[in-house]
Design a protein around this ligand. Sequence first.
Ligand SMILES: NC(=O)c1ccc[n+]([C@@H]2O[C@H](COP(=O)([O-])OP(=O)(O)OC[C@H]3O[C@@H](n4cnc5c(N)ncnc54)[C@H](O)[C@@H]3O)[C@@H](O)[C@H]2O)c1
Ligand SMILES: [Zn+2]
Length: 373
Amino acid sequence: MEKASFILENNDSVCNVFSGKKLNEEIVKYLIELKKAKYVIVTDSKVKELHGDTLLKQMNAAGLDSFLISFREGEKNKTRETKAFVEDEMFKEKCGRDTIIIALGGGVVGDLAGFVAGTYMRGIPVVQIPSTTIAIADSSMGGKTAIDVPAGKNLIGVFHQPIAVFMDPELLKTLDDRNYKSGLIEMVKHGIIRDKEFYEFFKENLKIVLAREGEEYERIMEKIMFDNIKIKKDVVVEDQRESNLRKVLNYGHTIGHAIEKLSNFDLLHGEAIAIGICVEAFLASKKNILSEQDFLEQKELIETLGLETRIPKEISTKDIIELMKLDKKARGGMPEFSLVKEIGKYFEENGKIAKRFSLEDLEEVIEDYRNLN
Ligand SMILES: NC(=O)c1ccc[n+]([C@@H]2O[C@H](COP(=O)([O-])OP(=O)(O)OC[C@H]3O[C@@H](n4cnc5c(N)ncnc54)[C@H](O)[C@@H]3O)[C@@H](O)[C@H]2O)c1
Ligand SMILES: [Zn+2]
């Protein structure tokens, strides 16, 4: 098992990170030491059946005063109503300030349970047990919590760092193939922007990562999950020191988000970001920021991962441009990009990470990209 404690500066809190197989015993041991009055597992309907009930049983057997609250799985339930439901269940169980929430699930559970924890009686601690590749790669570290509202996704939330994150490759074995692969793209992204060694290790072990079986998988995944979260942590910590570094995480996301929205969310987030990374790498190569070879390298890895790299035919270049113009980070109608200059190194110019291009330039690049395939 890999283990580390990270100091996250905005509230001086320590976040303990564990990566390894069959972690439930470790989780229970950790929770006992916290000596809380109440332990609440928050999860969704699917993860409850697959993993939640087992953890609850183990916690109760260890003498922890624990119970489980589950809500219907799916992004459409990351709402105010669900948040209120979870809070009211906690009040029914007489949870006071001496309660801890254990968020067991994907990004939806992590975001919602994290938000409940951030506001319940002005804030109680949360432990994250991410069970999807997206949650492991991205949402369990960084402290962002949120719900969706009719006006848009993730518009209401707070920053609330978890006190611990437990990552167990065993949980990922029950995840469907599409969700599994698409979440891996955020890990690949972390390598591309910050860490060539990590990128190479991921690439070398891709077959094992995709096979999801045997001891080798657990050993490799334990390392990948751990190294990945360290990259994300470093970015978040440096960002807190006013460097604005968090922007590098947007690589692939300016175009990726537009494609995700224009697919009416038929594409999973990671599937759209995979295409976004390819187009943005192509953009960087066209602008002589990145070599053509490093653009092709990224595209090939994404293809080997089994993800689509072509922009869907039904989505027009004009619509992508229109949507990017409206992006909240666009200024003067020019969207903002976080690019890379080589694998493992994000692009920066005069201390600025973001780069803007005219809409005419972007239209041309996107059209050229479409003609490549
Ligand atoms: N806070 C952040 O920094 C951050 C970062 C990235 C994404 N997010 C959020 O994360 C959400 C997406 O996360 P997600 O893709 O994990 O979605 P999700 O939580 O909806 O999980 C996807 C599906 O997989 C199921 N599932 C979860 N774990 C499983 C397992 N081990 N086995 C079988 N099925 C399992 C879920 O029930 C669900 O049906 C979005 O709401 C997004 O906004 C937040
Ligand atoms: Zn993302």
